[in-house]
Design a binder for this molecule. Structure first.
Ligand SMILES: [Zn+2]
Length: 121
């Protein structure tokens, strides 16, 4: 492995380690989004529904097997749910960065192996 490659490899290993450390230190997370829906209620004489205002409530919206699942969030849970959603997105981004770093590592390893192969040929 040339000096330049060795330097690049050392940088990749370092970057991968710091990404990995961030991943294992992540907090609770959930894949979904927090959304406010205005759903009708079951009361035939409800004024809010008659006026088209309906009943705004906050939900965690999840995709499960192509279907959307809604989990009602009481007011006291909205902040926590939003934090968990944000943490999932941060983790997703970290994993994407890690994947890119690993791809770079494979590129360097492949270059090293093909050089070796050429030398032996
Ligand atoms: Zn109503």
């Amino acid at each position: 492995m040339g000096a330049q490659d060795a330097k690049e490899m050392a940088e990749i290993v370092k970057r991968r380690f710091s990404l990995w450390r961030e991943v294992v230190q992540a907090g609770d997370f959930v894949r979904g989004s927090v959304t406010v829906l205005r759903r009708p209620c079951t009361y035939a004489r409800c004024r809010l529904c008659r006026e088209g205002k309906r009943h705004p409530a906050t939900y965690l919206s999840l995709k499960e097997k192509g279907r959307t699942r809604l989990i009602y969030l009481p007011k006291g849970l909205v902040t926590q749910a939003k934090a968990w959603v944000a943490e999932w997105r941060r983790l997703e981004d970290l994993l994407r960065q890690m994947s890119k770093t690993n791809a770079e590592m494979l590129r360097l390893l492949a270059r090293r192996q093909s050089r070796r192969g050429r030398r032996q040929a």
